[in-house]
Design a binder for this molecule. Structure first.
Ligand code: PAF
Length: 321
């Protein structure tokens, strides 16, 4: 498909306009602006790398709500080479543009922007890039150096190209969501960022395009990640402290053959810095692990009760913590 198709009327479930070039995208954005949207209508953007699943479709449905019935929902589909390391799955990353278009149509997208790499990077890899700084150096950054810089660079470019009022990102990539929020605040980008909860299969596995790599047996092993997170959250709900939350989750991960843990961390949701042993209040329990050759990430919000609420006198933390 090389030319833009006629823009579908916004807000219906018709096949979206599929645009591949910057000029086609500009036309599709301009056509909506000229269609006389209400003052409350907005343009909402969902950025993806394709191989779409129900988690992405939840983002698109929420985008539809955020945009309003006559707003414009743009979905970008672009496998961004800048965020892949040398030994990662850039070449084998699943791609299914026709299938993706059908899926986002059913979720209410108006426009699919599916550029080729030379459209996004016309001069080759960009010389000037976004640096995620500390937010990109911890956790994922330890195992995927430069990954978050690559993500933020393409997110900033796609924000410039699509000019949304609101952009939606999944909470499964919690560190990415935080990095995007920081970039928007630190660089004064005029867009609202909305996080959308993780969608899970009925057995608890967080949806991810990379789940397609798992064999049936590996998929069973992969369930350990969500099981470990749930166990950690239950520890917190039972009134135990940060140490117990981590011990419970890591016990489950360590007891399962076939899971190689990159990290398990309890972090401050505002900074992704690891919390101290005496932390109380909201925290995020994050895990990254490999099952076979597939690397998976997941996370779960937990609320760590204060020692007094746990029936522990100040300075007398229970030994299991
Ligand atoms: O989350 C993703 O799929 C990607 O990191 C994103 C945000 C589309 C940037 O390439």
């Amino acid at each position: 498909m090389t030319t833009a198709e006629t823009a579908a009327p916004t807000g219906d479930l018709a096949r979206p306009a599929v645009v591949r070039t910057r000029a086609e995208l500009r036309d599709a954005l301009g056509a909506w602006a000229l269609s006389g949207p209400d003052a409350s209508d907005r343009r909402a953007v969902v950025m993806t790398m394709g191989a779409l699943h129900e988690g992405h479709l939840q983002l698109v449905r929420r985008a539809r709500q955020e945009a309003g019935p006559s707003g414009q929902v743009v979905v970008t589909i672009f496998v961004n080479r800048l965020q892949f390391g040398a030994n990662e799955d850039l070449d084998t990353y699943p791609r299914d543009l026709e299938g993706d278009i059908a899926k986002v149509a059913s979720a209410g997208a108006d426009v699919v922007f599916a550029p080729t790499p030379d459209v996004v990077y016309p001069d080759g890899d960009p010389i000037v890039r976004v640096r995620a700084g500390h937010v990109g150096e911890v956790l994922e950054g330890v195992f995927r150096p430069g990954h978050m810089d690559g993500v933020l660079t393409v997110v900033l470019k796609l924000l410039h190209l699509t000019r949304p009022d609101v952009a939606l990102f999944g909470e499964k990539d919690a560190q990415q969501l935080l990095a995007v929020r920081r970039m928007v605040r630190d660089l004064d980008i005029d867009v609202e960022i909305v996080g959308v909860p993780t969608v899970r299969d009925p057995d608890g596995l967080a949806m991810s395009s990379r789940n397609a790599y798992l064999s049936d047996a590996e998929r069973q092993v992969a369930l350990t990640l969500s099981r470990a997170l749930r166990a950690g959250a239950q520890e917190a709900a039972a009134g135990h402290g940060a140490g117990a939350v981590l011990a419970s989750a890591s016990g489950i991960l360590n007891d399962t053959a076939g899971v190689v843990v990159d990290y398990l961390a309890l972090v401050d949701p505002a900074t992704v810095d690891e919390v101290s042993a005496d932390h109380t209040g909201p925290a995020l329990l994050l895990v990254a692990a490999r099952v076979g050759t597939t690397r998976l990430i997941d996370n779960q919000a937990v609320d760590v009760a204060a020692p007094a609420e746990r029936g522990v006198a100040p300075g007398q933390e229970a030994s299991r913590e």
